[in-house]
Design a protein around this ligand. Sequence first.
Ligand code: UDP
Ligand code: MG
Length: 315
Amino acid sequence: MDRKKIDIVIPCFNESKCVDLIYKALKKLFESELSGFDWSILYIDDGSQDDTLEHIVGLSNSDNSHVRYISFARNFGKESAIYAGLENADGDYVALMDADLQHPPHLLVEMLHAIEDEGYDCATARRVKREKESKVRNFMSNAFYKVINWATGMKLAPGMTDYRLMKKQVAEAIVSMREHERFIKGIYSWIGFRSKWIEYENVERVEGDSKWNYRGLWNYAKTGIIAFATTPLRAVIYLGFLVIGISLVYAIRLYIMSVTGARPWQDTTTIILLLLFLGGVIILLLGVIGEYLARIYMEVKNRPIYIAKEKKLDK
Ligand code: UDP
Ligand code: MG
């Protein structure tokens, strides 16, 4: 029987301690429960400033057959690291995993089960408890998912992580999206395929600090919404209609008042009405421009027109 191969892509930014720890954890897993599979780790050193790369190179020298790596010239961000990993993975299955062991390697067993026995194309881990994290952060993360799902029509779930296992084909689909402003969670949702949620309890990172801060999270949220939605650009048109509507209703009301003698028509009335009306027209025109801009924006992303799951074309 053919042995299937799993590639595990691990983005690393200043994770010198974690590099060895996660290697050991994975090695143990593939020597026991997952011994029926071939495996290889693909470390992506995302421009680390500490000795992460030295650790990776060391591992790769001692275990040539299981450790490969790419090292970036500078810090390009996790999304770029993920892209590089998926682009260069060649196993039958590709897994994405954080270096800090916050994504329990053991979950791979369940993920493999979902793909091999239950007919899914990929499996994504969902964190169910975030007790140790601050209330503010929790609230912000929930609000983020509400807003983004509303604005983009995607179905992202709170606690959704980047930890996932996918068939090679799914990885290729992700790589076919060549946009630069990458928001991987949105990309997962956009490409489709059958995906299973696998829940797990939150764990603390084993070493070092989280690379995120509030500013980073805010930028992340912004990229997520702007990369997938043009709603803000398009919404302006409705604001324009609203302001014009208000100005017309207001004009009618003042006209009636002046005819019935309740309040005489004054020059200032005309000016106010004109201002309001013209303001509305200008906003409306901005909305029209936004509508074009939105299309140009989506077009320049140069996404594939479709992603086929199966093919049988030749006879
Ligand atoms: N990471 C990366 N580039 C970055 C920031 C983070 O490759 O610019 C990696 C990091 O090394 C880790 C993963 O992304 O493997 C998740 O980062 P972190 O643990 O800091 O995020 P958190 O778990 O707090 O969301
Ligand atoms: Mg982490």
